[in-house]
Ligand binder design. Sequence first.
Ligand code: GLA
Length: 355
Amino acid sequence: MATYPTLSANVAQAFAPGRVNLIGEHTDYNGGLALPFAIGSGVTVTAAGADGDRVEVHAADLNERDSFSAASPARIHGWRAYVRGAFAVLAQAGTRPGGASITIRSDLPRGVGVSSSAALGVALCLALTELAAEPPLDPLATARVCQTIEQTWAGAETGLLDQLASLHGAAGAATLIDFQDLSVKQVPLTLDGHSLVLLDSGPRPPGATAAYNRRRQECEAAAARVGAQDLRGALFQDLHMLPDVLARRARHVIGENGRVLEAVHALERGDLTTLGALLDASHASLRDNFDVSTPTVEDAVRRLKDAGALGARLMGAGFGGSVLGLLPLDAAMPTGAVAVRPCDGARLLTQSALP
Ligand code: GLA
């Protein structure tokens, strides 16, 4: 039984949703484009101030706990790394909430590619900044803190897609993010007679993070070889300068950026047939150029297509996780598929009691 420090009256609570990425995969860390949206499920963090330096954490859904020093959290793996990392990275930015008692609740499935870890980071960042009685960080600064937690505490060299999608979510719209200038624009997501569904293809293997980091290095190497700052600045006609693997990585990123813009135009026209074809093309490129599909992912894509999907593609990093499909509303959903729709983004639920 954990003993909890004496609580002060100071409590802050924040919610951050998971995300679905409609299209634009492995583009964020290449200065590219993506079109994600926040979903209704997410992570809620309740943080109560406590005297002293001890932080006690309860992950209610897992019924697991952690306890550490707010001023000098030690390294650890798993969900605990995100909480300790939040204290460490926020402290570097001048935000020190001090001792606290924290409860984490989540209705997001973990490890299926809907960004449960980014949602945890964002909810922690919002709640702990409020608890420290600091002015809220803007969404980009929040996303950057969370990215640093992900990179330096969880070892995943991720981009800013998941955090920005969670922070900018808006009911009824997908968020077009340009990772070159980090601008965002809401794009109404009207799916007349259709719905977007997720079908879990199974867990990612242990080596998935290392494989993701390798993809990022390959993209950076490809950009350097064609003399571009990042692959946003590369062109199809540059690809002949590259060895096969790097050429395929770059081909995916250049093509995917184009597909994001085409998807925005298709949505503006209400052209769901084209949107479906773009999802299929994105998947084919992720499989054949980026090499991030697996037999179980292919099986999930096939099940969605057999059910009548206009398009289906692997979502997120790949190597497993959720597959996204665009299905007519009257189609029989494959067993295990769940419908998703755009919802509002991350927010504070309870303000701290301090002035
Ligand atoms: C993961 C990462 C994101 C992004 C996607 C691929 O979700 O966290 O930053 O790179 O993979 O699009």
